[in-house]
Design a protein around this ligand. Structure first.
Ligand SMILES: [Zn+2]
Length: 306
């Protein structure tokens, strides 16, 4: 499947938002964020300040889609930072293929340690590939901040040493706030109630214009407490056919009630967001151009049966 964006799908422009935060310097005029249609899973590529950062890469088989999208962004088989949100195959599996089959170099991989990285075949293959290709590992925890590509990347979860039990891999997800071109983007991996409560408590940043919906729309993520606090303008459901009931009916209801505009990768395909100085946002979709759900138009089709 090619991810070339054949149509100028939709153009949504937002006014600039007043911000008390000091503007960081970005050397390129735009930031691009591609929510790749990896089926059930997350796979996001961010190009900022000339750097390519990949935040999750879908299942092992999604390496093809990720590679095509990386080519479109001119990555030239080089990734500056790979963010491994947590040790589940639908998030980190694709990195192995990028290294082993497509010859990517990765300057460093960022992860939150959990023993599950040593437990499954997919995870062991990934750790082996990272070691074989000499990719340094950077540990991340709540409170850390990075400035990759001139943008601000604030780590919001997990607190150091938290969520280390078996079965707690999802709550140990790296969650982060990316601030670029005056907008905030929130990524929460697959965290559920326990981790989400901590994140909500420590969210002091006001609105997050863009929200990658927690855990593919699980009913246990995207709580009203979170949505009230971040008041997202745009939300992306990264999901495909699955046996977990994602997106959950209650999560979908909450998103609709919040008034956010929702894209669904299963319906809309891969989504490319361009952020420009002054707060302008441009969204393009590789399939259905209209958002899956918006306050103005309601639902425009189904998202994995919803
Ligand atoms: Zn997942």
């Amino acid at each position: 499947m090619t991810l070339r964006l054949v149509a100028a799908a939709l153009l949504l422009v937002l006014p600039a938002r007043a911000s008390a935060e000091v503007k960081h310097s970005v050397t390129t005029p735009t930031t691009k964020v591609v929510f790749v249609d990896v089926g059930q899973g997350d796979g996001v590529i961010i190009k900022v300040g000339g750097r390519i950062i990949v935040s999750d890469a879908g299942l092992t088989g999604a390496a093809d889609e990720m590679h095509a999208a990386l080519e479109d962004l001119g990555a030239n088989r080089h990734i500056y930072r790979a963010i491994l949100s947590h040790a589940h195959a639908d998030h980190v599996g694709g990195f192995t293929g990028l290294l082993e089959n497509f010859g990517y170099t990765i300057d460093a991989a960022v992860y939150a340690p959990h023993h599950h990285y040593e437990r499954t075949q997919t995870n062991v293959a990934l750790m082996d590939a990272l070691a074989k290709h000499g990719v340094p590992l950077i540990k991340a925890k709540k409170g850390d901040q990075f400035f990759w590509g001139g943008a601000s990347w604030r780590i919001l979860n997990p607190p150091e040493g938290a969520f280390q039990g078996s079965g707690d891999e999802a709550n140990a997800s790296i969650a982060f706030r990316l601030r670029t071109h005056g907008s905030d983007l929130l990524f929460t991996g697959d965290i559920e109630r326990d981790a989400l409560e901590g994140l909500v408590k420590s969210w002091t940043y006001g609105q997050a214009e863009v929200f990658l919906v927690t855990h593919h729309g699980s009913n246990y993520g995207s709580t009203n407490e979170l949505l009230d606090k971040i008041d997202p303008v745009f939300s992306v459901l990264s999901t495909g056919p699955n046996s977990h009931g994602h997106p959950g009916i209650h999560a979908v209801d909450r998103l609709e009630q919040s008034g956010t505009t929702v894209f669904c990768t299963q319906r809309n395909g891969s989504l490319t967001l361009t952020l420009a100085a002054g707060g302008a946002m441009d969204w393009r979709a590789s399939r259905q151009e209209r958002p899956w759900w918006s306050l103005a138009d309601g639902k425009t089709g189904t998202c994995v049966g919803r």
